[in-house]
Design a protein around this ligand. Structure first.
Ligand code: TRP
Length: 485
């Protein structure tokens, strides 16, 4: 069966790989991966995450590309059409709708962090970090993050940048830019890793990242300070495998919709996953030597890259230039990811509502911008407890602000958990169940176009059994744990 995409087609398989890599490689690899690795104790977390990329990430990515290419529309309409074709219920559209919601929620905080990256491009260029101590770098970060108006300005700039590209269509320019700038980012990361090798913390960093200590993953201090067993870290690793590969919300599906028929789905997915994983590991190898050489805390949280890398940029000759380039390339990586976060929603509005791309991008951009304000206040230190206290005090006199438990977390943590740990895995689960159990195997085999029967069987069986069981197991354990607490 042949369908055409109303949104155009990639010029080649390589162009698709570049675009998908542009989507996958982003803040998730360089900002998020190091700080969650730090929070969940290092090596064992990394190992579990790598395992999830292998048994979940790659099969799900292939399933998403396959569905997208077969349906050739936005994820919502693709799922609707394919479900009809298989005489299945419309409930299979769930990953389409959940994906639009997840992409929108993720982008609302993603663009706040990307905004901070823009600010750091200028700070590095201005030489602000020269000869700063780690404490100095940290206080620069804190005073920056304490200023909501400042953050809002940068956030606004990033939202506008993203929507400008989306309004014009994702293909023009994206290929060329990714082909050139992504390798440059890798070179810069390699330079930082080499610099790390010369520092005293390198051995400890390598041990931290690659020597699994499962006690550090499974035992964590709770609020009252006692150490308890928990599988939370495993759940976070699962979520991150989806997040970093842009899976579970239709981003790769919508890019797959623009892929031509004779491209190899397996090779494309493997290439993207390999590139994405390498960048994450390189980022870890760049950042943790700085952490250990300077006796910093690996579990500093979301500010980790802003606290560590500038220390190096301030210490090495030519650091202002290297730092500027690094943050500029990181900004670029975030940009190509952000575009893919909103593309499913834009494609859907264009198809179903007959909106122009420009109109869809403008409306969505304004919504993302508004919701982002909530994440800005998370960065300035406003907790859910503060918000609840404010609301309650409208009605009654509140003696003490609400503290403890969920009140101590913030809006950013709330939507990050909701999207990464729940919506993305559920979306991915639905996709593999549809391909593995609902589509006719003939249709799957035909669309996947594997040259080798053996490889097809391996992928198909993984998709049918291993992948869904792994997601379900983590979910069920997580829910039970939540109830026991
Ligand atoms: N993968 C990107 C990153 O690591 C973020 C991203 C882009 C994403 N598109 C996505 C995450 C879709 C989840 C779903 O920075």
């Amino acid at each position: 069966m042949q369908r055409d995409s109303v949104h155009g087609i990639w010029s080649s398989q390589f162009a698709f790989i570049l675009a998908a890599t542009g989507s996958a490689v982003g803040l998730g690899n360089i900002w998020k991966f190091p700080y969650i690795t730090g929070e969940y104790g290092g090596g064992a977390f990394v190992l579990v995450y790598l395992l999830f990329v292998l048994i979940l990430g790659i099969p799900v990515m292939m399933a998403e590309i396959l569905l997208g290419r077969r349906g050739r529309r936005s994820p919502i309409n693709t799922m609707r059409m394919l479900a009809r074709e298989e005489r299945a219920t419309r409930l299979w559209c769930f990953p389409g709708y959940a994906g639009v919601l997840a992409g929108f929620l993720i982008l609302s905080y993603y663009s706040v962090v990307a905004g901070e990256v823009i600010a750091y491009v200028f700070r590095a260029a201005a030489g602000v970090f020269e000869n700063q101590t780690p404490d100095g770098v940290r206080s620069i970060l804190y005073s920056f993050q304490g200023n909501a108006e400042n953050l809002l300005g940068w956030h606004t700039i990033f939202v506008v940048m993203t929507m400008l590209v989306v309004a014009r269509g994702v293909r023009s320019g994206l290929e060329k830019a990714v082909r050139f700038l992504m390798p440059l980012l890798v070179i810069l990361l390699l330079m930082l890793v080499f610099y790390g090798m010369t520092s005293s913390g390198f051995d400890r960093a390598v041990r931290f990242l690659f020597q699994p200590d499962f006690n550090k993953l499974f035992y964590r201090a709770n609020e009252s300070g006692s150490v308890v067993f928990t599988l939370e870290g495993v759940w976070v690793a699962l979520g991150h495998a989806f997040f970093t590969l842009s899976l579970g919300m239709g981003a790769i599906m919508v890019y797959g919709a623009y892929l031509h028929r004779d491209a190899s789905i397996g090779r494309a997915a493997l290439t993207v996953a390999l590139a994405d994983t390498s960048v994450g590991l390189l980022a870890g190898l760049a950042i943790f030597p700085i952490v250990f050489s300077n006796n910093m805390a690996p579990n500093a949280g979301p500010g980790l890259i802003f606290e560590t890398l500038p220390v190096v940029f301030g210490a090495i000759p030519g650091g202002a230039l290297v730092g500027t380039m690094f943050f500029a390339l990181l900004l670029f990586a975030a940009w190509t990811s952000a575009i893919s976060l909103i593309e499913p929603a834009v494609a859907w509005l264009v198809e179903s509502r007959r909106w122009s791309r420009a109109r869809a991008a403008t409306v969505l951009g304004m919504l993302v911008w508004m919701l982002g304000i909530a994440s800005i206040f998370s960065a300035t230190g406003v907790t859910l407890g503060d918000i609840a206290t404010r609301i309650v005090s409208l009605f009654v006199v509140v003696e003490h602000p609400l503290r403890g438990g969920i009140y101590d977390s913030n809006w950013f943590m709330l939507i990050d958990t909701l999207t990464t740990r729940i919506l993305l895995p559920l979306g991915g689960l639905t996709v593999v169940l549809f391909v593995g159990w609902r589509m006719r195997i003939m249709a799957v085999r035909d669309e996947a176009g594997f040259a080798s029967r053996r490889l097809f069987r391996l992928w198909y069986l993984t998709l049918r059994y291993l992948t869904p069981l792994a997601v379900l197991a983590v979910f069920i354990v997580g829910i039970i744990e939540g109830f026991l607490r």
